[in-house]
Design a protein. Structure first.
Lengths: 281, 498
């Protein structure tokens, strides 16, 4: 009986992983393709106003007559850049802070933990909006930085907890007695041990970052036009949702497919990486 | 297409002043006691137009609850309202107004000269937040020799005085707090006002003039255009005062249960150069970029088949309108040649400060694509309305910007070199200053027409298009204003078929 459950669970987890890989891979492929080829110049006014989908324009055109499919393809690239960079920034700041907190004196650790708790209490989007508002001009760089900073609190708290757990292990005591420096401990023992959990968390943060960037752009705080962020496409389609619903549906599907893909990928990775869930040994 | 040409014809007719109301208003069998429910997005903050109540109060109260000495009609003409006759002295510095006899306020008090004096002083008072305060600043004294006579003395000639007085509500001088109540002379009295949702006007059966063709008017307020459209679709309202996008019209046009009417608004979409700074201090550059703008295509992108092209800042409802769309008509080759002549054969780059709300971002992207064709690179900088006010309107710290200007008769801004766009043509400044001191309306019109032509020749700004004023109603409701100048919405002629 348990063998059946185990095999079912294994096939489900590999299905999750493969589906996730497929969706994310599709977006990565499209994003790479946009670097060398696009169906149309994204800013060229090539068609009529709100033309419906056709062979020439797969997802129709927007109010200015620009090809919608081209913009959605570019949106993939922007979403991936935003996701990867925001997670990289958030990861770098978050892991550094988390590790520092784990090694710090009791007082400093408590202070850092309290600060992180306060930061986490604010919604990610709100922090990102504050950072964007504080900068002079809205740009993709600002949005990414803002999201990175907003995400770092979550990463830092997770890192701190995971690292503290590792630091209680006997082999850490052994390393310390044998004179390994604290940096050595971090790189040889702490990071390799917490990495599997962190990487799953990064994948989830990636999805969060993509949605948050779309929200920022929707609110006009993301990359300025003509950067074809999905959020901005959704915002522009808002007024024409009755006459040309494809304008809202297409970027919506693109956004959802990437975020679901990343989440499925994270689930699949967790099933592989987490020994408590690993069923075949 | 037929529907469009009918609308166009209507606009033309309205402009000629022959038609001031919606079509088919001839039905005899209307319900004289009908309740007309008007859907609007502009809820007033309070009921006093000198206390920062917003445009919603003009929509609900102008001409309906309060009247002025003169009335700006829906066709843009200035006609006597509470004034029976008036005359100006030879030097144009003294105006004598005789009031209409037999006019009473809603409280029963008769209209007297003291009320007029009180009402004008309300607008010019220090604490007044009226947008018309400045235009009445030449008034130095108001005398009331008898109950029916008002004598206004001016420090300088002001031919627009009657026009400017059309913005001054005549309020009973015994009225105390008019931010939450009213005492006007209009065909309606204030009914129930439910803050946040609706404002009702009841027919004034003791009205001194022609009685309204309906019994009650209820302005119902919405914060969301979609909810407003849905209210009309579900018969929760009878009329929508102004539709904000052509795409929501798809639900109504072509449906016999609704009437879509396009009038002429006074709202102009403007690409304002900072005429003080290079390269926009060069008239050739401004003309080149005006020629490089396919305005017909832009208007179609934003408004579909609605809206009007204008060749200057003056809409057709202003008396000094002339068709100037032929000046700097769309011609990419000519634009390139002019740029080369101006010393920019390879184009240049500039930043376009773009307010973050519709339609400005999409207009900015259109201009970016258009100007790329003549080698000019546009960097779009999205800013908030508040940033626009601080950075552009107050500090003049910009190269180019987009903005919509809603006012009627606002060409006078081009006579002020300190205005945000910094246009400074001494000839225009003089014409506009002299026009106010003109002895006759004809002279004023001639001077402002001349100024209008000059700003167009100078391509002082790039006037992109005039917004349409679109009113949608249930088919059984007729007789509403189509142009909605200055947000007015006279309700007294609205009829609802039985």
């Amino acid at each position: 009986m348990s063998a059946v459950v185990a095999s079912a669970r294994r096939s489900r987890s590999s299905l999750t992983l493969w589906l996730g890989l497929l969706l994310v891979g599709l977006h990565v492929a499209v994003a790479l393709l946009t670097l060398v080829w696009l169906p149309y110049d994204p800013t060229a006014l090539t068609g009529g106003r709100l033309a419906p989908p056709s062979l020439e324009h797969w997802a129709g055109t927007d109010r200015l007559g620009r090809d919608f499919f081209t913009q959605i393809m570019i949106g993939s690239r922007i979403a991936l850049i935003v996701g990867i960079s925001a997670v990289a920034i958030g990861g770098l700041i978050g892991v550094t802070l988390g590790v520092l907190a784990a090694f710090a004196t009791r007082l400093l650790d408590d202070a850092l933990a309290a600060t992180l708790d306060i930061l986490i209490a604010f919604p990610t989007l709100l922090i990102a909006m504050l950072v964007v508002a504080a900068s002079d001009t809205a740009s993709l760089g600002t949005a990414v930085l803002a999201l990175g900073i907003a995400l770092s609190a979550i990463v830092a708290r997770l890192t701190r907890i995971l690292a503290k757990r590792v630091l209680l292990m006997d082999y850490i005591t052994a390393a310390r007695t044998s004179g390994t420096s604290w940096l050595g401990i971090v790189f040889q023992h702490v990071l390799p041990n917490i990495w599997p959990t962190l990487s799953v968390n990064f994948a989830l943060q990636f999805g969060l970052a993509v949605i948050a960037e779309a929200s920022l752009s929707y609110l006009g705080l993301g990359a300025p036009p003509p950067n074809a962020s999905w959020g901005r496409l959704l915002q522009e389609a808002q007024g024409t949702v009755y006459t040309a619903p494809i304008g809202a549906i297409a970027p919506g599907i693109a956004l959802v497919s990437l975020v679901i893909g990343v989440n499925l990928l994270a689930d699949g990775l967790r099933d592989i990486g987490d020994p408590t869930r690993r069923v075949s040994r | 297409m037929n529907q469009i040409s009918i609308r166009r014809a209507l606009v033309a007719a309205a402009l000629l002043g022959s038609v001031a109301v919606a079509p088919l208003a001839m039905a005899q069998d209307y319900d004289a006691n009908a309740t007309i429910r008007i859907g609007s997005l502009y809820e007033p903050q309070n009921l006093d137009n000198t206390a920062g109540a917003g445009q919603g109060i003009n929509e609900a109260f102008n001409g309906n609850v309060y009247e002025a000495l003169f009335q700006l009609t829906d066709a843009g003409a200035v006609e006597p309202k509470l004034v029976d006759s008036y005359s100006a002295s030879e030097d144009g510095l003294t105006y004598t107004f005789k009031l209409k006899p037999g006019v009473t306020f809603h409280s029963g008090d008769p209209l007297t000269a003291a009320d007029v004096k009180y009402s004008i002083e309300r607008v010019t008072a220090e604490a007044s937040k009226s947008s018309r305060k400045k235009s009445l600043s030449t008034i130095t004294g108001i005398e009331t020799p008898d109950d029916q006579t008002v004598v206004i003395t001016l420090s300088a000639r002001s031919i627009s005085l009657p026009y400017n007085l059309s913005y001054v509500w005549i309020v009973n001088d015994k009225a105390t707090d008019i931010t939450a109540s009213e005492d006007g002379t209009g065909p309606y009295t204030l009914g129930e006002w439910r803050r946040g949702s609706a404002l009702a006007l009841a027919r004034n059966d003791k009205y001194w003039g022609t009685a309204p063709t309906n019994g009650e008017v209820i302005y119902t307020y919405f914060t969301d255009a979609t909810a407003l459209n849905n209210a009309l679709l579900t018969n929760a309202v009878d009329v929508i005062t102004s539709v904000q996008s052509p795409d929501s019209l798809a639900q109504f046009s072509g449906n016999p249960a609704y009437t879509v009417t396009e009038g002429a608004s006074t709202t102009k979409e403007l690409l304002a150069w900072n005429d003080r700074v290079a390269p926009f201090d060069n008239v050739k550059v401004r003309k080149a970029l005006a020629k490089a703008t396919d305005k017909a295509k832009l208007l179609n992108s934003i408004w579909g088949d609605y809206g009007t092209l204008i060749g200057s800042f003056v809409p057709p409802t202003d008396p000094w309108y002339v068709d100037l769309t032929g000046v700097d008509a769309y011609d990419v080759e000519a634009a390139k040649a002019l740029l080369a002549e101006a010393g920019y054969p390879d184009g240049f780059e500039f930043t376009l400060d773009t307010p973050d709300y519709d339609p400005h971002p999409i207009v900015a992207q259109f201009l970016q694509a258009e100007y790329a064709k003549v080698g000019v690179k546009v960097n779009i900088n999205i800013i908030t309305a508040n940033e626009w006010y601080e950075k552009i309107y107050k500090a003049h710290d910009f190269q180019a910007t987009l903005q919509e200007h809603v006012n009627h008769r606002d060409i006078v801004f081009y006579g002020n070199p300190d205005f945000y766009w910094g246009y400074n043509n001494p000839e225009v400044v003089k014409l506009i200053a002299d026009s106010e001191a003109a002895a006759t309306i004809d002279e004023q019109t001639a001077k402002l027409t001349e100024a209008n032509k000059l700003i167009a020749e100078d391509a002082a700004s790039n006037w992109l298009y005039l917004y349409p004023q679109i009113v949608v109603s249930a088919a059984n409701v007729t007789g509403y204003p189509v142009n909605g100048l200055n947000s007015q919405f006279f309700a007294y002629g609205i009829q609802k078929a039985k």
